[in-house]
Ligand binder design. Structure first.
Ligand SMILES: Cc1cc2nc3c(=O)[nH]c(=O)nc-3n(C[C@H](O)[C@H](O)[C@H](O)COP(=O)(O)O)c2cc1C
Length: 192
């Protein structure tokens, strides 16, 4: 493990939205000074195959605890759960730490490290909302998979790119590119 670079864990779970994870992986792994580690659940692999028509990348197995970041003595700098299922969100909120992702998230919270959770579900039950409130109170940043349209994306890829750019900013990995920033008073003539 290169300790000079920022240690980033991308956790992919079984919610819809594998396209976001794929784009995040592409962008984050190309950033200088970022050491990216991927962990996926079995359901995430199934949904990736279904939504993207290809196999998910290799990564740590969520059922095992052999990722270094499972211990507070080797915590990651940033963890991004993208997309995050309501099941995983609930397990983290309950502190079960019963698989690698739930445990790494638990470590991030107890060590006061950055934890960015990108849930995807609609509508939301009171249980979902309470779990999100619990995690917010514990220090996580909840950024629902809800991309903005004010940049007038013309393609699905452009929509995904804009949302992932925002997530990279929230994760503290890359400033938001001007093209994705809202500038008041500027009519949108050009499209991305
Ligand atoms: C096609 C498909 C799409 C799903 N989409 C979502 C979703 O958007 N949000 C969610 O919370 N669960 C979704 N689920 C349910 C989760 O996959 C399920 O709760 C699973 O147990 C989550 O496991 P994991 O968190 O270990 O990956 C989906 C399941 C399938 C099969």
């Amino acid at each position: 493990m290169n300790t000079c670079s920022k240690q980033v864990v991308l956790a992919v779970t079984g919610a819809s939205g594998a396209c976001y994870a794929r784009r995040f992986l592409e962008r984050a792994s190309a950033l200088e000074g970022v050491s990216l580690h991927v962990v996926l659940t079995d359901t995430a692999r199934e949904i990736w195959r279904h939504e993207l028509g290809c196999e998910a990348p290799e990564g740590f197995d969520d059922r095992r605890f052999d990722a270094p970041f499972c211990s507070g003595s080797a915590a990651a700098d940033v963890m991004v759960i993208l997309p995050c299922s309501m099941g995983m969100l609930g397990r983290i909120a309950a502190g079960t730490a019963d698989d690698a992702i739930a445990r790494i998230a638990d470590v991030q919270l107890k060590e006061r490290r950055r934890l960015l959770i990108v849930p995807r579900e609609t509508p939301l039950s009171l249980i979902h909302l309470r779990n999100m409130a619990t995690l917010t109170e514990a220090g996580a940043l909840i950024a629902p998979a809800a991309p903005g349209f004010y940049t007038r994306p013309q393609t699905l890829d452009a929509l995904v790119d804009g949302f992932v750019a925002r997530l990279l900013e929230l994760a503290g990995l890359n400033p938001l590119e001007p093209a994705y920033r809202w500038t008041p008073g500027t009519p949108f003539q050009e499209t991305i």
